[in-house]
Design a binder for this molecule. Structure first.
Ligand code: HEM
Ligand SMILES: [Ca+2]
Ligand SMILES: [Ca+2]
Length: 298
């Protein structure tokens, strides 16, 4: 759970003083090449933290002794940017070998992805260590589904020690990035709490059958970390069923309205919630390991 971790922003201050600059430089290159990679790092960190804590488990390839998380239902053909982490890790190992965990690199990359797309920055508590295993079944069970209703979304976050309000502000991560047609087809063809023009527009690139992997932006400005995700919800232009659940006559409506018109409140609450999410069950001290290659155990 959250809150008990002994992470510290200055964890690598003497052991790897350049870590922040190394991650930031590599992330700037990646986001300049493909802005979506900023979004991809944010999502990958979320999918790491929700599955047995922020321990780099999501980065492990499948092995003979365990099936990893990359091919779990929410991740397969969906997570991108593992090569960005590889690039960062290679540079970090060159600068300070066997010192910085993959879990910490991912937390920094997520923060920098947000900042480089115009969002807030924050000091990332560090000192996580890397898992020696991964669990595909835990990834299938613990990651929320885009077909979930509000009570299920709240429950999925509560199971990780996060509040409903934190769930709502963290869903604001959908102000950047893309989703596949298969994840929102039912919403744009069958749901009624959707803006008609928006549904028509989305149907044009997400046919009733086929095109499962066609992409659509999660808000009207997918390369910009802004409040458009929340104003979209107020206008019934949420792309995923789970998105629109946050503004559908329920407990989160007022907060969605607040974020839709108050960028300062949104980015402040988002940064604080990211630190809380980043504190989910980290391995610290002598637990776990500092992986040399983020894809494989030492
Ligand atoms: C509340 C429950 C959530 C659900 C059900 C959910 C579901 C999804 C789905 C289905 C996609 C599209 C994946 C695809 O089609 O391949 C997606 C994308 C994304 N999600 Fe979430 N998500 C949730 C919360 C979050 C949180 C907490 C964050 C981060 C703080 C986040 C960040 C992202 C980002 C950045 C993308 C775009 C990734 C890209 O473009 O590569 N999501 N999410
Ligand atoms: Ca994990
Ligand atoms: Ca946006």
């Amino acid at each position: 759970s959250t809150g008990t971790a002994q992470l510290a922003a200055n964890f690598y201050a003497t052991s790897c003083p350049n870590i922040q600059a190394l991650v930031r430089g590599a992330m700037r290159e990646a986001v300049n090449r493909q802005p979506r990679l900023g979004a991809a790092m944010l999502r990958m960190h979320f999918h790491d933290c929700f599955v047995n804590g922020c321990d780099g488990s999501v980065l492990l390839d499948d092995t003979a002794s365990f099936t990893g998380e990359k091919n779990a239902r929410p991740n397969q053909n969906s997570l991108i940017g593992f090569d960005v982490i590889d690039t960062i890790k290679t540079r970090v190992e060159r600068a300070c070998n066997a010192t910085v965990s993959c879990a910490d690199i991912l937390a920094l990359a997520a923060r920098d992805g947000v900042a480089l797309l115009g969002g807030p920055s924050w000091q990332v508590p560090l000192g996580r260590r890397d898992a020696r295993t991964a669990s595909q079944s835990d990834a299938n069970n613990d990651l929320p589904s885009p077909f979930s209703d509000l009570p299920a979304l709240i429950a999925a976050f509560a199971a990780k020690g996060l509040t409903a309000a934190e769930m709502t502000v963290l869903s604001g991560g959908h102000t950047i990035g893309q989703a596949r047609c298969a994840g929102f087809r039912n919403r744009i063809y069958n749901e009624t709490n959707i803006n008609a023009n928006f549904a028509t527009t989305r149907r044009a690139s997400c046919p009733a059958t086929g095109g499962d992997n066609n992409l659509a932006p999660l808000d009207s400005s997918p390369n910009r970390f802004d409040t458009a995700y929340f104003s979209g919800l107020v206008g019934q232009r949420g792309l995923l069923h789970s998105d629109q659940q946050l503004f559908n006559g329920g407990s989160q409506d007022a907060l969605v309205r607040t974020y839709s018109t108050n960028v300062n409140t949104f980015v402040r609450d988002f940064a604080n919630a990211m630190i809380r999410m980043g504190n989910i069950s980290p391995l610290t001290g002598t637990n776990g390991e500092i992986r040399r290659n983020c894809r494989v155990l030492n």
